[in-house]
Write a protein that binds this ligand. Structure first.
Ligand SMILES: N[C@@H](CCC(=O)N[C@@H](CS)C(=O)NCC(=O)O)C(=O)O
Length: 211
């Protein structure tokens, strides 16, 4: 399999963690999101991923999968061990809800292309853009902190999709200097996950394209 990835992309980070948890080998193909205007906008890359985003996963059959959560679902369905969702339907819905706060409520409003639009088209200054970014993370992290019960992972003693979404988002929050002191449970879950080799190998700083 080939994973089109960028070391700092939180969505590619989710897929790297899932591939590692499942013990699946892949070839990483870096797409630089800013250099030269962004490799994600090239015609060659858009032929794979018409939205111009990472990640994309090219299967051995040549099929191209996009959208990190759809890719993680595919990996979980085709390689069921270890399972990334609990077997109990209520718990499964809770894990999905936690994950979707990150994937649907935080990520789109703080994505590179959104921040670039604020700066380039709406002409906001960097401090306003930083305030925007912090606002959406803090609001959602408060909700997630209220939900999570470190055990030591977000939903007990087994890693789930919730952890796969949380760790990259905490990385992003730290990179953008969002204070995390009000979120001790999220920070504890992050630390427990990063102690696992599958998460550690997926870290941005451990990628071949890390700068
Ligand atoms: N919902 C998509 C989002 C993908 C996405 O937006 N990825 C970001 C990197 S984290 C990206 O490629 N951004 C490119 C840009 O903003 O131009 C997914 O989960 O895969």
């Amino acid at each position: 399999m080939k994973l089109y990835t960028y070391y700092r992309s939180s969505t590619a980070y989710r897929v790297r963690i899932a591939l590692n948890l499942k013990g699946l080998a892949y070839e990483a193909i870096p797409i630089h999101l800013t250099k030269g205007g962004g490799g994600q906008h090239s015609a060659e890359y858009r032929a794979l991923n018409p939205l111009g985003r990472v990640p994309s996963l090219v299967l051995d059959s040549g099929e191209v999968l996009t959208q990190s959560l759809a890719i993680v679902d595919y990996l979980d369905e085709t390689h069921p061990n270890p399972a990334l969702l609990p077997s109990d339907p209520v718990q499964r819905a809770k894990v999905r809800a936690f994950s979707q706060v990150i994937a649907c409520d935080i990520h789109p409003v703080n994505n590179l292309i959104t921040l670039q639009y604020l700066r380039r088209v709406l002409k906001h200054e960097q401090p306003e853009i930083d305030a925007w970014y912090h606002h959406w993370i803090l609001q959602a992290f408060e909700a997630l902190e209220a939900t999570v019960k470190p055990g030591p992972y977000a939903f007990g003693g087994a890693v789930t999709l919730a952890d796969i979404c949380l760790v990259p988002q905490v990385y992003n929050a730290r990179r953008l200097k969002v204070p995390l002191d009000k979120f001790p449970k999220l920070v504890a879950v992050d630390a427990a996950c990063l102690a696992l080799p599958a998460f550690d190998r997926a870290r941005p700083e451990n990628q071949p394209d890390a700068e």
